[in-house]
Write a protein that binds this ligand. Structure first.
Ligand code: CA
Length: 510
């Protein structure tokens, strides 16, 4: 098998630092199994080994798997790589040890599917009829997810995690400042400019200094759509395009530089290393940003006592364009080793987490322990919701792991605040969120992938360097300088790359 070529040096390292050797399947007796359960997989207890590369969870012996064992009679013994978190490295170690666990987690579906094509993992689709009715049903109902996870040979080698909800990030503004200055919520780029000017000049934080920073963020990306431009790869009318190569980008950049020079954008936006929300909001100087709904809305609870009247609320994107959404399916999930002695049982186990029972278990935990049923719906216990970090509490039990299952947005709604829920609802009920570029890598051939990655890296690096130089004023933003930039992108192979991606996009959609 070709896979062994890929191991390279890791094989040697692996032999020295073997972590997975000695993993024997011990059929430890499972307690309290309900042999009449609809979700029972095997009458005799079975133990499957599961590879889950992560340093997030302490010892990998998640209680959630013990709960699942009571319902399936299949217990999962997790081998977690504690020493490294890099999937490929950890996976290569397992591979080199010659004992691929029955079920393998992946964060690299392209590489994983390639191993599948080469024979290391089971083409799961061949077993759907017999072993995976729940997964089969989900894929029939969601053909776009099926496309996303199908390998270039037409098979499916991993079952993905599916995020709940679609909205992820959105615009937030100091609505208390708007009220103070007698301004409306801006719903165009011109109105946003007027608001930002007022934030800058009219001292909304009332300390007598022009210290307000109207816009702050992790980068300038969210500003480009204000002038209908895009900061990265995108799809428009069936064409794959690279935003920084398009004329709209030039127009947007002209305005961004103007805003930056007028002090409407954080002077350090390109160089800040820490989360800018911390400083900008806690210091009562930041006016607006675009960021995650849940964590950004939380600042309202945190700062309401220290900053009287503090209100940082989600608004519609001023130009009606939001760049990001949660993916339809995550780029992680799990598959089954072709060398497993329990292929069918393992696939049934993957399917269990897509059943109603498995789904509720992975989303909400155990009834009576983590949640109670209220009006037919799981409601987390009050003492759990009162914890400082609900996610962490759940993770310690193994709830909401990165395995293949469908996340229920209700789970998140119960612990994020109402401001976040309202913002997400507003974005989900609109058409602000732009069409996303699908995972084209799944259909790009191996050689093309290498070529395209090389060009892509060069282009991205160059474009962001030039963006920084222009905005910071190290290079004057002139027609001449822009033309030179476009020529450089051409020299890197821009057109070849566009062609590879366009072909992949068309192949993907067939
Ligand atoms: Ca001020």
């Amino acid at each position: 098998m070709k896979i062994f070529k890929r191991i390279g040096l890791f094989a040697l390292i692996a032999l020295m630092t073997l972590q997975f050797a000695g993993c024997k399947k011990e059929n430890s007796a499972t307690n309290n199994v309900d042999l009449s359960s609809e979700t029972l997989i095997s009458k005799e207890p079975i133990e499957l080994t599961v590879f889950y590369p992560s340093s997030k969870e302490a010892d990998g012996q998640w209680k959630i798997f013990a709960e699942a064992a009571k319902l399936t009679n299949v217990s999962a013994r997790v081998t977690v790589s504690k020493s490294n978190t890099d999937f490929n490295q950890a996976f290569n170690l397992a591979l080199a040890a010659g004992d691929i666990p029955d079920i393998v987690e992946t964060y690299d579906p392209v590489g994983f599917s390639q191993y599948g094509i080469e024979g290391a993992f089971v083409p799961l689709n061949e077993y759907f009829d017999e072993c995976a009715p729940n997964i089969k049903k989900m894929l029939e109902e969601n053909p776009s997810i099926k496309k996303r996870i199908t390998a270039s040979d037409g098979n499916i080698y991993y079952i993905p995690h599916i995020p709940g909800g679609s909205a992820s990030t959105g615009w937030f503004i100091r609505t208390d400042w708007l009220k103070k200055l007698g301004l409306e919520i801006p719903d165009s780029t011109e109105e946003l400019y007027t608001v930002f000017k007022a934030f800058k000049e009219k001292d909304p934080n009332g300390n007598g200094q022009a210290d307000e920073v109207p816009f702050f963020g992790a980068d300038l990306n969210e500003l480009f759509p204000l002038w209908n431009a895009r900061p990265d790869w995108y799809v428009a009318d069936g064409k794959i395009k690279y935003g920084p190569y398009e004329p709209e980008y030039k127009e947007a950049l002209t305005n961004i530089i103007k805003w930056y020079n007028e002090g409407l954008i954080d002077r350090e936006i390109l160089t800040r290393s820490k989360d800018p929300r911390e400083k900008m909001l806690t210091d009562n100087i930041g006016g607006a940003t675009n960021n995650w709904f849940g964590s950004t809305a939380k600042f309202n609870d945190r700062l309401k006592d220290s900053i009287p009247g503090f209100e940082f609320k989600p608004i519609a994107p001023p130009n009606g364009i939001e760049l990001r959404r949660r993916p339809e399916s995550s780029l992680y999930g799990w598959g089954v080793s072709a060398s497993s002695k329990y292929i069918k049982e393992a696939i049934k186990y993957l399917d269990f987490w897509y059943s109603e029972t498995g789904n509720r278990l992975m989303n909400f935990g155990v009834e009576g322990v983590h949640y109670d049923m209220v009006d037919g719906k799981p409601q987390f216990k009050a003492e759990l919701l009162a914890k400082e970090n609900v996610q962490k509490e759940l993770a310690e039990f193994g709830i909401q792991m990165d395995i293949g299952f469908k996340q229920d947005f209700e789970y998140e709604k119960q612990w994020i605040n109402q401001i976040a829920v309202d913002g997400m609802t507003m974005y989900e009920n609109s058409d602000y969120i732009v069409e996303q570029v699908p995972p084209l890598e799944m259909v790009i051939a191996d050689e093309e992938a290498k070529e395209s990655n090389n060009i892509d890296t060069q282009i991205d690096t160059y474009a962001s360097e030039m963006l920084q130089k222009w905005v910071l004023g190290a290079v004057a933003f002139t027609d001449e300088s822009w033309n030179k930039y476009i020529n450089e992108l051409d020299k890197f192979g821009m057109n070849g790359l566009l062609e590879i991606r366009q072909n992949a996009y068309e192949k993907y959609n067939k």
